[in-house]
Structure formats: C-alpha cells, structure tokens
Design a protein around this ligand. Structure first.
Ligand code: B12
Ligand code: SAM
Ligand code: SF4
Ligand code: SF4
Length: 548
C-alpha cells in the first residue's frame, strides 16, 4: 500500500467521524462502535467520569486507546504537545494541568478535526491551548520547544513511524519526555488484514509488532524507553483472528544523552550533539552524520546494541542441526529471505574493531517493490531508510533468539560500516558480487539488504564452495548497470591491456542520500530468474566454444 493513499484514506475516515458519516460497524478499534456509547468507549480507554466531565463533551469521540495525560506527569507551566489531537480530549485535560502559565498544542492532519477542536476550545473558554493542522511526520513546530509530548492511538496510523518519532525527538527539549498510548500487535496478523485500508484506518493494519515498536522509539534516539501499562484490546466486532493479538500499550521515554546527562546543544538540522561526553545515540548514527561524501548516514560507524536480551555469561559453543533449522525457520518467519554462514576475516572488516567471535551468520532481506519503483528523492530515501531500520530490528530479534538459547552474539547493523556485507554475503555463498558492486543472489538478484550476527556457535554449517562465480563472466558481457546509472557513478574504463574495468565514483552515487536503485532495476538478475539467465549464458558459451 502506498503511503500517500494510506494517509488520504485515514484522513477521509476521521473527517467522516467528525461529520457523523462513518459506518462505525466496520471499525475495528480506535473507533466508536454501535454497541458502545462514546462515553463508555472513553471510560474503557481509561478516562474517569470526573475527567470526562471536566472538558467539553464535543471533544470526546471515543477514539483513544489509553489516557496519556494521566501518566505523563504534566506539571504547571509545561509546554505540552498532543500528536494527532482529534477533537482535543487530551489537549483539554492537559490544559487543566499546565494552568495559565503553561500551554498545550494539538497537531492533527484532518482539517475537520482541527476545526472541531478550535470550536471546542472557544466554547470552553480555553486560553492556553492552540490547534495546528499538520502531519506528525513533519511537525509545524520549532526544534527543542516542548516539555512533554502525549499521543493517543495515532502513531499506529502513520506509515512512517520512525519519521514521527524522529520529529517528536526533534521538537522535545533536552530531558523532555513522551508518553504515548498506542496499539501494537503480538504474533502474526493475516496479510489480507495488513493490506486492508479499512483495517489500517481502524488502527490494526498499521500497528507494529510490540518489539519493533520499542526499537523504533530507541532508534529515534529516546532513552529509558519503558512500557508503563499494557492490556489486550478486544471489542465486540473484532475479527476472530485478531483476538489476543492486539495490545494497547502506554509507553514512556526520555530525550537525553546516552550517558544520562542532559543534551546540551541541538544543531541547525535539529540533531542533538550530545552532552559533550562523546557518546553517540542511535539517532545520530542513523541521522545525517556521515564520514563519507555521500550525504547520507551510512557506513563508517558502529551501532549501539539496542537488544532487550543480555548476552549469556557462559555462552554455548555448539548448536545441533535441529537448532540451526529452527533458527532458519524463525528468521524466515520474520521476513528474512536468506541465511548464510561464514567466518569473518580481517580483510572483511572496514574498521579495526575487535570482534569476539569470528563465526558469522549473514542475513538478507528483500528491498521491496516500493523502494525500487520510487524514483530518487525524499520518498525513496525514506523507504530505503525504513528498510535498513526493519532489517536492523529483525537482526536484533534473531540475535535475541540466539541469546535466549544460550549463545553469545554481536550485531553488525545493516546501515553500519563495521564489515563489508556484500563481500560477506559472497563468502557465505549466498551469491556473487556483480559489476554494480552489489551482491547478486539467485533468489533476489541485487535487490537485497544485508546484515550479520557474530555468534559463539563454532560449528556453523559453512559451505565450502560458491557456485555463483560465473556471474563475473556474465557481467563482463552485460554492463547494463553502468548504462542505468543516471549520475555516471559507475564508469567503464579500459585498462592498458585493452580490458574493460568498472570504476565506482562513490561521491557521485545518490544511492543512500536519495534512495536511488537504478543499478538494481537495470540488472537482468532483477528482472529474470537466475536459472533462466544461467541456462541461456551456458548455451551461448557452448555455442561459442563449438565455433572455435
Ligand atoms: C558506505 C556505503 C555506501 C556509499 C559508498 C559505497 C562505497 N564505499 O563504495 C554509497 C552511499 C555510495 C552507497 C551506495 C549504495 N549502496 Co551502499 N553501502 C555502504 C556501506 C554502509 C559501507 C560500504 C563500505 O564503506 N565499504 C568499505 C569499503 C572500504 O569497502 P570496499 O572494499 O571498497 O568495497 C565496497 C565498495 O567500494 C564497492 N566496490 C568495491 N569494489 C568495487 C568495484 C566496482 C566496480 C563497484 C561498482 C563497486 C565496488 O563495493 C563494496 C560495498 O560498498 C555498506 C554496508 C556495509 N557495511 O557493507 C552499504 C551497502 C554496500 N550498500 C548497499 C546498497 C543496496 C547501496 C545502494 C543500492 C543504495 C541503496 N538504495 O540502498 C547504492 C549502490 C551503489 C553501488 N553500485 O555500489 C547494500 C548492498 C547490498 C547488496 N546487494 O550487495 C549494502 C551492503 C548495505 C546493506 N546492509 O545491505 N553505499
Ligand atoms: C484514533 S484518532 C485519535 C484522536 C485523539 N488522539 C483521541 O484520542 O481522541 C487519530 C487521529 O490522528 C490523526 N492522524 C492520523 N494520522 C496522522 C498523521 N500522520 N499526522 C497527523 N495526524 C494524524 C487523525 O486525523 C485523527 O484525528
Ligand atoms: S545507486 Fe544510483 S547513482 Fe548509485 S550507482 Fe546505482 S544507479 Fe548510480
Ligand atoms: S547489470 Fe549486468 S553488469 Fe551490472 S551487475 Fe547486473 S549483470 Fe552485472
């Protein structure tokens, strides 16, 4: 589903709710059902009758899944921001807490919601509230200007949750905190529900798995991320397949430096430069900080371990076949396409960092159609970054699985520059590096992101041979990626002995800074099946040999 279409659908749905046009029988959560009155729905979300009576009744739509102001420890004088403020329920509750010296700002993308909230504020005589139309992924607010952020059942609706949390981080002051009520999932959600717009607008399809949700907040840079409360979300009309899998959570987190000290300065891009201790936050690592000339954040840097599971004190060194099989099944169930095994050697390290265990598990994940079909630019970069975050999260999950089973691990984040992933993939026999510089695998061609886990398992099933080396000869005759590159970052040179040699001018490549994928799209291995290409190439070579 395209991000823009999702947003339009969500916007339409919430404008219909304001105008009482929504067929609420189809709503799955975050919506008022025919059976439940709005007040009952609000009480079920956690509001007391006293709280409901203290604000304009027209602000209550029964759309929340928690009561964030009750847990956000809002103080008089605070500047509070409500992400996706709807009719203003939480803005008005917070306004009663911050008093006249404080202020509460509500941001919502649906114009009808904003109009209703402004009307409610006027009629309720509120002077310390402000409502702004805008998107939570692009907040119409200054950096470093908010003390407390609250949000109630909104972030699950955005297709780009990392962007929303990055924005929340940007506008928060140092030591500012966020308290979010939101819907998350646990276990598999049927894919037809995931793809359904109605289910997205009803808060289910867009909801992230609970571990991924927490990791997303951490990657945005937040510290002390904590689930304050959680309960199973059910309602009379809920699809039976979802029962027990939809969870309403209240999560709090703080903006502070890794070392626990307040952040001292924010630069012009809104990125914190820490407290001066030199510690790098996950956000800094994924942000625009870069040591290469490509203008993106990839390479050169090591990533912090954001795993929720500690390494075992006395790790195991041997795994039986059944465990390896279960591990691979688990990885595939998460969306990992290939799992390969190899030993890391010094030539594959980009940096001189000590890695305790050389035994390496290499993981690949597909770069989906959306990334490939979106032309270079901001949207493509977002999609590309999201794929890195997703693979980072999956890698962490697989590492957690290993740790829980007694093995010690260390993660090489896909966006990081700890090791050379394409070469590692080749060494693990997952494919071969083509002239584009990318690993080409039978299953995905060049269209993959790669990550790795170093593990204490000394008897990994490492393959001795690599059957894909013929790709070098094929590339010599192809050269389509060179022609496909609009930036002339791939150039064909002739060596002194008349042979062709490809040069990669990385300064010209907009692959990371703009999410360019033309060299992937242009590659025959992206369009045709590996065996088909191999068979034709073998036939052609046989013919040539016969002629000689
Ligand atoms: C920094 C970086 C970039 C930089 C610079 C790349 C570079 N150093 O040359 C820029 C921004 C330009 C870039 C662009 C892209 N990148 Co990049 N990038 C990385 C990163 C983070 C580090 C690579 C690195 O610095 N290596 C260190 C140097 C010293 O190694 P090296 O021996 O010189 O070898 C590298 C290159 O020089 C190149 N190379 C070496 N020899 C030759 C020869 C030729 C002819 C060519 C064309 C390339 C080439 O290949 C190696 C891998 O980058 C890796 C992740 C990782 N840790 O591996 C991803 C990674 C290599 N990138 C990846 C991808 C997908 C891309 C892009 C398609 C962008 C995108 N949409 O994601 C483009 C493709 C450009 C291309 N044709 O190679 C994937 C490749 C997956 C695969 N199938 O192999 C990786 C592995 C990320 C991942 N986790 O999946 N990238
Ligand atoms: C489930 S309702 C919750 C409203 C309110 N928080 C409450 O508890 O009553 C979701 C609200 O978020 C808004 N919204 C959804 N996605 C948004 C986005 N990306 N940016 C800004 N607002 C968004 C919708 O317009 C809607 O008003
Ligand atoms: S990612 Fe784009 S700019 Fe970079 S080498 Fe490939 S086609 Fe060229
Ligand atoms: S486009 Fe052709 S030359 Fe380039 S990597 Fe793919 S097969 Fe090799």
């Amino acid at each position: 589903m395209e991000d823009k279409k999702i947003k339009e659908f969500v916007k339409k749905r919430y404008s219909k709710i304001v105008n009482n046009e929504e067929d609420s029988a189809e709503c799955s959560c975050c919506g008022n059902t025919k059976e439940n009155s709005i007040i009952k729905q609000a009480q079920a979300a956690g509001y007391t009758m006293e709280e409901i009576k203290s604000i304009p009744l027209e602000a209550v739509f029964g759309l929340g899944c928690g009561n964030p102001t009750a847990l956000a420890e809002i103080n008089p004088g605070d500047v509070v921001l409500d992400l996706g403020s709807g009719g203003g329920i939480d803005v008005f509750l917070a306004a009663n807490k911050v008093g006249e010296e404080g202020k509460v700002i509500g941001v919502d993308m649906t114009p009808e919601m904003i109009e209703t909230a402004i009307k409610n504020a006027k009629e309720g005589g509120y002077t310390n509230v402000e409502f702004k139309q805008g998107e939570i992924e692009n907040l119409p607010l200054e950096d470093n200007s908010i003390d407390v952020i609250i949000s109630n059942c909104v972030i699950n609706l955005t297709p780009n949750k990392l962007k929303a949390y990055n924005e929340a981080y940007r506008v928060l002051k140092s030591n500012g905190r966020i308290l979010v009520s939101d819907i998350v999932t646990e276990g598999d959600i049927p894919s037809e529900i995931r793809k359904n717009f109605q289910a997205w607008a009803g808060c289910v399809a867009g909801a992230l798995d609970k571990d991924e949700y927490i990791n997303t907040i951490k990657i945005a840079g937040f510290k002390d991320v904590e689930v304050v409360s959680e309960h199973n979300f059910t309602e009379p009309n809920m699809d039976k397949r979802l029962i027990g899998k939809i969870i309403s959570q209240e999560i709090k987190a703080i903006k502070k430096c890794e070392c626990g000290e307040p952040i001292e300065s924010i630069d012009e891009t809104g990125k914190d430069s820490g407290c001066g201790c030199g510690s790098e936050s996950a956000k800094e690592l994924l942000g625009n900080d870069t040591n290469d000339d490509s203008g993106c954040g990839c390479g050169d840097i090591d990533y912090p371990d954001i795993s929720l599971v500690k390494n075992p004190d006395n790790p195991s060194f041997f795994a039986n076949k059944e465990f390896i099989q279960n591990l691979e099944e688990y990885a595939h169930s998460l969306g990992i396409l290939n799992v390969g095994y190899t030993l890391i050697t010094p030539d594959l390290l980009i940096h001189d960092k000590f890695i305790q265990y050389p035994f390496t598990i290499v993981l690949t994940m597909e770069m989906n159609e959306d990334i490939i079909n979106t032309p270079p630019g901001e949207d493509a970069k977002d999609l590309n970054d999201t794929a890195y975050v997703r693979l980072g999260i999956l890698t962490t999950k697989i590492s957690d699985y290993l740790r829980k089973n007694g093995f010690a691990t260390e993660i090489a984040h896909p966006y990081g520059g700890l090791v050379k992933f394409s070469q590692l993939g080749q060494k693990a026999s997952l494919g071969w590096i083509g002239q584009s510089g990318l690993l080409i695998s039978p299953e995905l061609g060049p269209r993959q992101k790669i990550s790795a886990i170093f593990v204490s398992i000394a008897n990994l099933p490492i393959k001795e041979s690599n059957e894909h080396s013929w790709i070098t000869d094929y590339c010599e005759k192809c050269g389509k990626c060179i022609k496909a590159c609009p930036e002339k970052a791939l150039i064909e040179n002739e060596t002194c002995c008349g042979e062709k040699e490809t040069e990669f001018v990385q300064e010209l490549c907009i692959g990371c800074s703009e999410g360019c994928t033309y060299c992937i799209e242009g590659c025959p291995f992206d369009q045709k099946e590996y065996t088909h290409i191999k068979n034709r190439f073998d036939k052609m070579n046989a013919k040539l040999r016969a002629k000689q």
